[in-house]
Ligand binder design. Structure first.
Ligand SMILES: Cc1ncc(COP(=O)(O)O)c(C=O)c1O
Length: 428
């Protein structure tokens, strides 16, 4: 499609957008009295209007039923988490039995490492990407130390080539083959948090398995953002937070995928708790742990239903819309953002560079833009003038126009504000 950088054209795209009405289902923060142009869905998704109703429902049940709410609430609390599996499975391409929701992301990655990082003999190394999200670096390093290894030796980082912004799949595969039978685990971010690069998860998972390693994915920036086929790709495990593209609310619960081949394995190491116990027998309070026969076996504590409520509200919207419609709009709105950025760059004589891959198969919603020169001033100008976006050192802004609630007009208006920001900086 041939794009134009004009208000009329953007508004026409909005008219043709089948998801346009969903914008009204979210609450936008205000800047200078007006709805913000919200490009930070990669950090914290907006609040769905239905979220409050779901929370109120639990508050009401708690007030009226007290402890009886566990079994007698309209959505009983004791199995509240089970409402997620089917719908989340559609978001991440899994069987419902392979998905559960619990705890928070880093906590779940630690718990999954208990099952899937089992160093033995010469197989003890973990392959991850360089400059992984800091929490992943701390998590991996502490796991390695827990098992008595030196992180310097046991953690192998995949590097980018000098002068390049993104990882090359061939370099990842070569590193996996090089580490070979010393590799116990490959654990990488499915979508790079800094650049928005989407990893070739299928190919990398296959390569990891060929060396005999387990392969897991941190899907913080992937869930609800890109097409995932975790079962088909034969991924061993994955976890994601829900507060980014899944719009569940700050710090909210994490989803987990555990491949069905590990369910019902009697000897799999796992930290256990009563919510992972066979639900039919849970309240018999028996001494011996009898795991559930699905991913719920990894559950530990009773579910924090007040936190889960807004997540459920949001997930029901995902189920209603479906990932394929979201992805269709995502491709178009991100292509439009890329077009507008390039138009503005021409007008202001090249002051920035998009570092996210240009191939649609290698990116999701996020475009990361390297601002040459006084980037922070431009970032501040954008924030002051109605655009919410985020800043990453040394000079990168991340823009994620979530297809659920962003409009093409947002993109056009953002372009105009960016241009004004750059021009006013050049003048000063
Ligand atoms: C890629 C990645 N991994 C891990 C985390 C940590 O998430 P949490 O604080 O929910 O454990 C984040 C948070 O933004 C993230 O972006």
């Amino acid at each position: 499609m041939k794009f134009e950088n004009s208000l009329e054209f953007a508004q026409q795209l909005d008219k043709e957008d089948e998801l346009a009405d969903y914008r009204n289902e979210f609450i936008f923060p205000k800047i200078n009295g007006k709805d913000a142009i919200y490009f930070v869905g990669n950090s914290l998704g907006l609040q769905p209007r239905t979220a409050r109703k779901y929370v109120d429902e639990i508050m009401k049940d708690w007030a009226e039923l007290g402890v009886e709410g566990h079994f007698k609430a309209e959505k009983p609390w004791w199995d509240y988490h089970e409402r997620f599996a089917g719908k989340l499975a559609s978001v991440v391409g899994a069987n419902a039995s392979e998905v559960t929701v619990m705890n928070t992301l880093t906590v779940n990655l630690h718990l999954l490492m208990v099952s899937f990082y089992r160093p033995e003999g010469k197989r003890y190394k973990i392959i991850c990407e360089e400059k992984a999200f800091p929490s992943d670096q701390y998590m991996i390093s502490s796991q390695v130390r827990l098992h008595g290894y030196d992180p310097e030796d046991a953690i192998v980082e995949i590097k980018k080539r000098d002068g390049e912004h993104n990882f090359r799949t061939e370099d990842i595969l070569n590193k996996i083959r090089e580490v070979g039978e010393e590799c116990a685990l490959v654990l990488i971010g499915g979508v790079n948090y800094y650049t928005g690069q989407v990893m070739d998860m299928e190919t990398i998972t296959k390569a990891g398995h060929e060396t005999g390693a387990f392969v897991g994915w941190d899907l913080a920036h992937a869930a609800g953002n890109i097409e995932l086929k975790l079962s088909e790709w034969n991924v061993d495990f994955a976890a994601w937070c829900s507060y980014k593209y899944m719009n569940s609310g700050p710090g909210n619960a994490s989803g987990c995928f555990i491949n069905q081949k590990y369910h019902n394995q009697k000897d799999i190491p796992r930290f256990e708790g009563w919510w992972g116990h066979n639900k039919e027998r849970r309240f018999l309070m028996e001494p011996e742990f009898q795991p559930e026969s699905n991913a719920d076996a990894w559950q530990i504590s009773n579910a924090p239903v007040l936190a889960l409520a807004p997540y459920l509200a949001s997930l029901e919207m995902f189920a209603e819309v479906g990932m394929s419609s979201l992805l269709k709009k995502r491709d178009k709105i991100v292509a439009y953002l890329e077009f507008v950025l390039k138009e503005i760059d021409k007008e202001v004589e090249s002051t920035f560079e998009i570092i996210t891959p240009s191939a649609p198969s290698e990116r999701g919603t996020q475009l990361s833009v390297f601002l040459h020169g006084e980037g922070k001033e431009i970032f501040n100008y954008l924030m002051d003038n109605g655009v919410m976006l985020d800043w990453r050192e040394p000079n990168v802004i991340r823009l994620a126009p979530a297809p659920f609630y962003c409009s093409y007009e947002d993109i056009f208006r953002f372009g105009q504000i960016l241009k004004q920001g750059i021009l006013s900086k050049n003048k000063s």
